[in-house]
Design a protein around this ligand. Structure first.
Ligand code: BGC
Ligand code: ZN
Length: 369
């Protein structure tokens, strides 16, 4: 079968022929890949800045944002059957007996760093025709979501982050958004209008936040249109400085950073409101040091009871909530949700996607129909 593989040693990315995987344990499931999304992480891997092939191999099969269809199940598999649509989890636990996180099935909080990630770190990914894994790593998706379900994995990033933020805000009696009109209005700012940012904005609106997306591109543009159509506000940094943004929003209760641009993110941290939470999700490349007004940042953190945290990857709960939220998005904004996927390409066209020459928001590789 075909697969898109990255060879860090020879700095090549190419389509290869590789043997079909087979079920070898009773709890395994064989899945035919339908669609695989491409993101910034894939691009970094294809620039050989990130990513590690499996032990003893010179190449890594790319792809971690997937949608597939169950072809065959092992005899011990109870909850999945042939024909089910499934999304596959990315991260696998480390082997250390004393890693509490991995032993608790929360490898997204792995202590040792020896976790593995399909398509990223030491395990082959999903940009291929067939995939085998244990049943517990698959999540069933309703057939009605087939045309958008490949967005599940990037949405899990927001779901995990949001769940953590809401736990933190439980410190405030009015900390959780509710739909009562007389309650406190929770205001969120999303930094960046790429797929992770836009999916975050969709999730924040559904969670009851008054949501703003702050991004570089001037209006009008396609992402700004989508933002406005879901009832959020798009603000461009070409027309609004960070202090003008804060003046427009009011007390910023939550910032969801989805750009990976550290200087821009830390500058925006200065605008975080009283009792606010700032969430980093981007993984910046290591560039040079930048100058920062640390006195203001530290004063604000203390005098305004602020919390700053980072969040990576996602656990089971976040996958389940992502699938549920995708259903809500599809109901409230069917056209806008579908519009997040701007292109479907053949595997042969992978280089347009991983080298970033294809325009649009989320582009996917269509593996099979
Ligand atoms: C993936 C995450 C992963 C992270 C770091 C992201 O693109 O969506 O699942 O943990 O990269 O490797
Ligand atoms: Zn990704």
């Amino acid at each position: 079968m075909k697969a898109v593989a990255v060879y860090p040693g020879t700095r090549e990315v190419k389509i290869i022929e590789t043997p079909e995987p087979r079920i070898s344990k009773p709890n395994e499931v064989l899945v035919r890949m339908l669609e695989v999304g491409v993101c910034g992480t894939d691009k970094e891997i294809c620039h050989f800045d990130y990513g590690t092939p499996p032990a003893g191999k010179d190449h890594l099969v790319l792809g971690h944002e997937s949608l597939g269809e169950v072809v065959e199940t092992g005899p011990a598999v109870r909850d999945l059957q042939k024909g089910d649509l499934v999304v596959t989890m990315v991260r696998r636990p480390c082997d250390h007996p004393d890693c509490f996180a991995c032993r608790a099935g929360r490898q997204d909080f792995c202590y040792t760093g020896d976790f593995k990630e399909r398509g990223i770190k030491e395990l082959d990914g999903f940009m291929t025709e067939l995939v085998v894994d244990e049943d517990k790593y698959f999540f069933r998706v309703p057939a009605a979501l087939r045309d958008i379900a490949v967005l599940t994995e990037p949405l899990t990033i927001a779901e995990k982050a949001l769940a953590e933020a809401l736990q933190i805000q439980k410190r405030l009696p009015w900390g959780e958004p509710s739909d009562q009109s007389d309650s406190y209005t929770h205001k969120a700012v999303v930094l960046g209008a790429g797929p992770v940012g836009l999916l975050g904005a969709f999730a924040l609106v559904v969670a009851g936040f008054k949501t703003f997306v702050y991004s570089r591109d001037a209006k009008p543009n396609a992402s700004a249109d989508l933002v406005e159509k879901i009832g959020a506000t798009y603000i461009s940094s070409t027309t609004h400085s960070i202090s003008q943004l804060a003046a427009e929003v009011g007390n910023i209760d939550l910032v969801y950073e989805a750009t990976g641009a550290s200087k821009f993110a830390f500058e925006t941290l200065r605008a975080l409101g009283t009792n606010g939470v700032f969430i980093f999700t981007g993984v910046p490349g290591r560039k040079g040091p930048v100058e920062l007004d640390t006195d203001t940042i530290m004063r604000n953190l203390v005098l305004k009871n602020q919390v700053v945290f980072g969040s990576v990857n996602a656990g089971r709960g976040a996958y389940l909530r992502a699938i549920e939220d995708l259903g809500k998005f599809a109901q409230r904004w069917p056209a806008e949700t579908r519009a997040l996927i701007t292109g479907r390409y053949a595997m042969e066209d992978f280089s347009k996607l991983v080298l970033g020459t294809a325009p649009g928001i989320k582009n996917v590789i269509k593996i099979s129909a």
